[in-house]
Every structure is written in C-alpha cells, then in structure tokens.
Design a protein around this ligand. Sequence first.
Ligand code: FVH
Length: 307
Amino acid sequence: MSPPHSVSQSSQGSVSVLGLGLMGNALARALIQNGWKTSVWNRTAAKAEPIVHMGGILAATPAECIQASELTIFCLLDQQAVHEILGECDANCGHGRIVVDFTSGIVSDNYRSQQLAASKSFSAYVRGAIEAIPQSIGLPESILYYSGDATAFKKAENCLKVFGTSIYLGSDVSLASVQEAILGTCFYFFGVGFLQSIALLKTSKLWSSGGAENFTTRCVIPFLTEQLPVAFLDMAKEIDKEDYATKGSVVTVNTLASSLRALMKFNVDQGIPTSAFEPMLRLMEARAEQGGGGDGMASLINVFGAN
Ligand code: FVH
C-alpha cells in the first residue's frame, strides 16, 4: 500500500530537514503535503516514522540527509546542536547547498553557525525565525522572518513559502534572531499576564459562567485586539519622540503604581501569588526615583537603559 503522499508524487524540488521535534515535524509535513521530495534526519530515529509514512525519506546520518537535497533546513533544540552537527560534517558536505536554520539562538551563535556552514562548503546560511506554533505552519497567518544572503533567500523562497508568509529582514544573519527574541519577549510577558488573569478568574464568582475558553473569547481577545493596540501605539509614538510628559491626558507612573499595588492586594486577597507583578512595580519605583513619577508609562523604557 502506498503512503498517502508518496515520494513518487513529488512535484517540486528536494529539501532536507534535520530535527523532527514539534516544529521540525510540522515543517516536514508541510513540505511533503506541498509536493517537495523531503529527506529527514532526527537524532532519535523513531520520531521520523510518521513523516516516513507520509513519504519522507529517512537518512541514516546528518551528512546523508544534507547531501540528498540542494536546500537543508535545520530545526533543532539549540544552536549547540547545530554546531555539533555541522562540526561533524566533512569539509565538502554542503557543497553548493543553502542552509536555512530555524533553530533559536543568540546573535554570536548565528555568526558561528554561518562560519561553520561556510567551512563545510555551504553556499549560504540563512537564519529563519518562526512566529507561529507548529499547528499553524502552512497557514498565511504563520509569519516566518529570514535574514542572511539575499540571493540564497530568493532561491529558497519558493520552498519556504509552504510554511506561511515569509518576511526578509536583511543581509545580517542575526536579524531574524533579534526579531525572534523581541517577539518572544512579548509572548512570555503576555503569557504570564494571561495566566495570572485566568488564575484570578478561577478564584472568583465569575468562574461559573463558561470557563477559561469562554472568558478568553468574550473578554481577553477583544481586550488584546481592540484596546491594547491603541495604548501600545500611543506608547510607541511617545518612545519615538522621547516625550513622556502626560500633559494631563495620560495616566502617570505614580498613579499606575498605586493601581498596581491595589491590584496586587486584590490578588493576594484572592489567594493568588503576585510575584509576576513585581518586576513592573520595580520599574515604576525606579522611574519615580529617576524623577519621572509624573511621566507616562512609556517613560519606563528609560529604566531598561536601552537609550
Ligand atoms: N515549537 C514552537 O512553537 C517554537 C516556535 C518558535 C521557534 N522555536 C524554535 O524551534 C526550534 C525547534 O523547536 P521544537 O519545538 O521543534 O523543539 P523540540 O520539540 O524540543 O525538538 C528539538 C529537536 O532538536 C533535536 N536535538 C536536540 N538536541 C540535539 C543534539 N544535541 N543533536 C541532534 N539533535 C538534537 C531533538 O532530537 P531528539 O530529542 O528527538 O532526538 C528534536 O528533534 C527550537 O530552537 C525552538 O526554540 C519553536
């Protein structure tokens, strides 16, 4: 019996995926479903079984996987894994091939990976950053940022578009990592705020009316999509202008700190820990110590020392 999407049905070129964790798996699936002849390698070979069942070709070693295609995709846990794999390849392994690396890492890791890829004869190293969850790979809402050699990105773009919407940031290979870190920072802080609010909901008399999903749909999503964008855009404009004077129309840091303390008290009263609030309170106190208690919330940017 043929697998649902057999390799013989491949209508596009060939591509290799190294790393079949949650995200690598989603990438390999999208490639196979879009007709790409897909070779795969994973340290734990058993994880490749569903992909092989769909028509993926299992390589025995990273080098064998890389050499099966002109385009290599890395989607590994961390840059150390990328360095280990590239380090073990022979000097000609990547000859004329492009590598697109979706593995998270810091700026210096990317330069190291770029260097290592060049030393293994890859023609270019492109860094990709995925702003999506594995389940949304393949949808246009899935945004993927790229940085590195522009010609290589152009060549790979026809393949990369199967993952979602591609945005090229520029030739410095680290730009996609920076973008990933910036949006990741937003995600984790929104995440903690969301979970804190649901914890509060669960202790309250509102909890009976339909659970977290209902509350999220009715209240949290409209708040995030309709109210927060206005407030955040206003703050962004103030940061660009470096003008934080409230002119009587914007709430001050001192007032916000007072509201925040009241909110913390409310949470404590409901039996919910408030450690997640403390960094924000410390920022406000530090701004007040700088003499900026009468400025707007955007002025807290000065406390980060990112001027
Ligand atoms: N999942 C997501 O939503 C996020 C979206 C934003 C970007 N991240 C980054 O993508 C990289 C991969 O993430 P993942 O979700 O696929 O991660 P895991 O499911 O944990 O899979 C990790 C794979 O890496 C392999 N691996 C780990 N260490 C090594 C090593 N030393 N040598 C070779 N392979 C290694 C691991 O293999 P195995 O454990 O199955 O044998 C998995 O294939 C990541 O950078 C995110 O930050 C995803």
